[in-house]
Write a protein that binds this ligand. Structure first.
Ligand code: HGY
Ligand code: MN
Ligand code: MN
Length: 416
C-alpha cells in the first residue's frame, strides 16, 4: 500500500464548509434547519449531495423509497460494498448536524479515498436514508425500515402527513422515487457516524462514542374522544373534556418513565386538540407517547401500564379512547466485530473514547438486522439536539469522520 494509512486524515475544513453549505438548504428560523422529508428543501439537499458524489466519480442511484446510494468500485467485483451513511432530512426545528454529519462525513471519507486512489477489495458506498426523523411521516426510520424488510413499501407509501399528503405521492412529486427495487442491495457492513444528541461524551471529555447498543422505542398514538361544548355555560360536571384527559395521561407518561429511572425515558412531543378554539371544550385529543429503554421488558411494562392508566382516566371521565402503534423497534446490540473495529480506529487515532448506548434511534438500528453494523458518535454541545441551537465543534466533526475513515478502510480491506 503506497499510502501509509496510519497518518491518513480527512480534510476537516472541506467537511465543515460542506456542512455549512448544506445548512443553507431548508433553513430554520433560529439558525438551524427545517428540511423535512420529501419537501422541496429535502429535494434540493438530495440534489446537492448527488452532485457532490458525482463529482467524486461515484455511481449514484436511488431506490423506490428514495434512499440514495453512491458507490466507489472495489477491486473484487463480487465483494459486497462497505456502506456508511445516515440521513439529510431534519426535524422542523432541527439542527445542522443531526444525520447530516453522517452523510457528509461519509462523503469526505469517500473524497480522501478517491483523491489518494486508495484501492480496497470491497467497494465503498454512502447511503442517505429517506424519512429518518418520522416527524412528517411516522414512523421514524421509514426508508431504512423498508430497505431492511421491517415495513412493506405499499404501507409506507400510504403514510400521511398532517395535511393528508401521502409518502408515495410526495416522493413522486419531488422526483426521487427511483426504479431500483428497495432492499436489493447487498451490504458487507454498515457504519453510521452521528452526533450523540445527549450530554455524556462532552461531560466525560471524550471525542468518540463507540456505540455498543441502542435503546428500543415505542410510539403510541392515542386518540381521546370527548364532546365540544361552551367553556362558559357548560357546568363543570357535564363537561367531556378530551384536553383535560390528555393532560392527565401525559402526567402518567412522566410518572411511568420515572418509575423505571434511569433505564427509561418518556415524553409526549406531538399533541393536537380539536377544535382548538379558546372557548370550546376540546372534543378530540390526538397525541403520541414516546417511550424508550435499553431493556425490552421495561418497554413492554411502560406500554401496558400506560394503556391501563389511560383507559381508567377516560373511563372515569366518560370519554372514549383508542390506541395506534405509530412506530416501534426493539433495543439493539451492534455487531461486536464492527464495534471492535470502531474502537481500534479511535484508539489508533489517539481519540479519547468510551462505549456508549445510543439514546436516540438511527437508521443503523434497522440496517443492523440485515448486515454487521456499528455506530460512531461525537459529542454535541450541552447534549442538545432536535433544537435549532444544536452545536458541535469542527474538531469533534473531524474526530468522528477520521474514525469513520479508518473503520471503513479496515473493513473494506486496502489492496494498494
Ligand atoms: O427519534 C429519534 O430517535 C431519531 O432522532 N429519529
Ligand atoms: Mn438522526
Ligand atoms: Mn433526529
Amino acid at each position: 500500500m503506497t499510502t501509509p494509512t496510519g497518518n491518513l486524515r480527512i480534510e476537516s475544513t472541506r467537511l465543515w464548509d460542506r456542512l455549512m453549505r448544506m445548512a443553507k438548504i431548508g433553513p430554520g428560523i433560529a439558525g438551524g434547519n427545517n428540511r423535512q422529508a420529501l419537501t422541496d428543501a429535502d429535494a434540493e439537499g438530495r440534489a446537492l449531495f448527488q452532485r457532490w458524489c458525482q463529482d467524486l466519480g461515484c455511481t449514484v442511484a436511488h431506490d423506490s423509497m428514495g434512499n440514495m446510494f453512491a458507490v466507489r468500485a472495489g477491486t473484487d467485483p463480487n465483494a459486497a460494498p462497505v456502506y456508511m451513511g445516515s440521513h439529510l432530512d431534519t426535524q422542523p426545528t432541527g439542527g445542522k448536524y443531526d444525520g447530516v454529519l453522517g452523510v457528509l462525513g461519509a462523503l469526505e471519507v469517500m473524497q480522501i479515498i478517491a483523491e489518494l486512489d486508495v484501492k480496497t477489495k470491497h467497494p465503498i458506498a454512502i447511503a442517505n436514508w429517506s424519512n429518518e426523523e418520522g416527524t412528517r411521516f411516522a414512523p421514524a426510520l421509514l426508508g431504512s425500515g423498508v430497505f431492511a424488510g421491517v415495513y412493506d413499501q405499499s404501507w409506507a407509501y400510504g403514510r400521511k402527513d398532517s395535511t393528508d399528503k401521502t409518502f408515495g405521492d410526495e416522493l413522486a412529486r419531488i422526483g426521487w422515487q427511483g426504479d431500483e427495487p428497495v432492499g436489493i442491495r447487498k451490504m458487507h457492513a454498515y457504519y453510521e457516524l452521528h452526533i450523540e444528541q445527549g450530554p455524556i461524551l462532552e461531560a466525560q471529555g471524550k471525542d468518540i462514542g463507540v456505540v455498543i447498543h441502542g435503546q428500543g422505542l415505542i410510539w403510541l398514538q392515542i386518540t381521546i374522544q370527548g364532546k365540544a361544548s361552551h367553556t362558559g355555560s357548560t357546568p363543570m360536571a357535564m363537561r367531556k373534556n378530551a384536553g383535560l384527559a390528555m393532560a392527565r395521561v401525559i402526567e402518567k407518561v412522566d410518572q411511568i418513565a420515572l418509575s423505571h429511572a434511569p433505564n427509561a425515558v418518556g415524553a409526549v412531543g406531538h399533541l393536537e386538540v380539536t377544535p382548538n378554539s379558546r372557548n370550546v371544550i376540546p372534543e378530540t385529543a390526538i397525541f403520541t407517547v414516546d417511550f424508550r429503554s435499553p431493556d425490552a421488558s421495561i418497554l413492554q411494562d411502560m406500554e401496558a401500564k400506560l394503556r391501563q392508566e389511560a383507559q381508567q382516566i377516560t373511563g372515569e371521565m366518560g370519554l372514549t379512547i383508542s390506541f395506534e402503534n405509530a412506530g416501534q423497534y426493539a433495543p439493539v446490540s451492534f455487531d461486536p466485530a464492527c464495534v471492535t473495529t470502531v474502537r481500534q480506529a479511535a484508539k489508533k487515532l489517539g481519540y479519547a473514547h468510551m462505549d456508549l448506548i445510543s439514546g436516540a434511534g438511527h437508521d443503523a438500528c434497522w440496517i443492523n438486522q440485515i448486515c454487521p453494523t456499528a455506530m460512531i458518535m461525537c459529542p454535541c454541545v450541552d447534549g442538545l439536539s432536535h433544537n435549532e441551537a444544536e452545536k458541535i465543534t469542527p474538531a469533534w466533526a473531524a474526530a468522528g469522520t477520521n474514525t469513520l475513515l479508518h473503520t471503513v478502510l479496515e473493513t473494506a480491506q486496502i489492496t494498494s
